[in-house]
Design a protein around this ligand. Structure first.
Ligand SMILES: [Mn+2]
Length: 321
């Protein structure tokens, strides 16, 4: 898998690398580290994302500059790579047009059910993060190419996609990757974690407080829900980005197998699903216009909120049977 990928990708001269819209730590960290890898191997890399990184992740673009894509620039490249997603629609309207250019498209990703449009790819659902796959790419090719910026970037990806090494996606390989990154990069783990997590505002905590009040248990206490309404955003002067991480709170209740975050957006109800049991939230999310992983997935409902809660719970209860 790596051999074919490395052989093919290093034949190109100019590669555009996309990370998915509403970027998270994994896609941004992977993108910076992968673009550095291309550069170290004599390939001209450009990193694109349609959206701006959130404030707590913007520093990852110090390792490699992030640019906004535009259709007229795409002819500059002889190949494309998408990271942390396996279907072009996850990468925004400009990325969606690259399928029409007739140039090779590659991917590195850990989500299930990839599209079949790729020239080659590294696709493993048993990996904690795309960053762990990028680490392995370095390790397979020339591990000495991991310097401090690349190590830090990959470390951000692994830490954020594993809930700081808490999720069950963490394997011996994930810990070995983390250890190797700390060994090769000149940084302390708390440096990264503080930048990513110690960035909350009082308003965000007030929003969290209101959301926690809505936690309700369903289906014999096995499923928990939490809601964030438009009124809560107004009252606390916050926005939808400020709900990051809220979904994990109901999951910490003893006995809860899966949980649902309902967020009232302008035009729809955004739904995030988490599981720490045999409940497969990817299957669940696929029935509500979405998808993801077995343990973490997302979808949406047209609303209103009460109807969304009813419909989404009914699907979850079906899964418990
Ligand atoms: Mn990821």
């Amino acid at each position: 898998m790596y051999k074919e990928f490395i052989e093919k990708v290093t034949r190109h001269q100019r590669i555009a690398v996309f990370s998915h819209v509403r970027p998270d730590g994994d896609c941004l960290g992977s993108q910076a580290a992968f673009c550095l890898w291309l550069q170290k191997n004599g390939i001209n890399a450009t990193a694109f994302n349609e959206d701006d990184p959130s404030d707590n992740l913007a520093w990852t673009t110090d390792f490699f500059p992030l640019e906004k894509p535009s259709e007229d620039r795409l002819s500059d490249f002889d190949a494309f790579v998408i990271l942390d997603g396996n279907a072009l629609h996850r990468f925004g309207p400009v990325a969606e047009t690259i399928a029409d250019l007739g140039k090779p498209i590659y991917m590195i990703d850990h989500h299930p059910q990839p599209d079949d449009i790729f020239e080659a790819g590294i696709s493993r659902t048993d990996y904690s993060s795309t960053a762990e796959l990028v680490y392995e790419l370095y390790a397979e090719h020339d591990i000495t190419q991991i310097d401090t910026p690349a190590a830090k970037a990959m470390y951000v990806g692994i830490v954020t996609d594993t809930g700081s090494y808490q999720f069950d996606s963490v394997t011996p390989n994930t810990l070995r990757a983390g250890a190797e990154l700390l060994k090769r990069g000149d940084f302390k783990p708390n440096e990264v974690v503080e930048k990513v997590y110690a960035t909350k505002t009082l308003n965000q905590l007030q929003l969290l407080s209101k959301a926690l009040d809505t936690i309700t248990l369903h289906a014999n206490q096995q499923i928990a829900s939490i809601c964030v309404t438009k009124a809560m955003f107004d009252e606390t002067n916050t926005q939808k980005e400020d709900t990051e991480g809220f979904v994990s709170y109901p999951l910490s209740i003893s006995g809860v197998k899966a949980c649902i975050l309902f967020r009232e957006d302008d035009d729809r109800i955004k739904i995030s699903l988490r599981s720490r049991s045999e409940i497969d939230v990817n299957q669940w999310a696929r029935q509500i216009n979405g998808g993801g992983h077995k343990k973490a997935a997302a979808g949406w409902h047209v609303g209103p909120l009460e109807q969304a809660i009813k419909d989404v719970l009914a699907i979850g209860e079906q899964q418990l049977k």
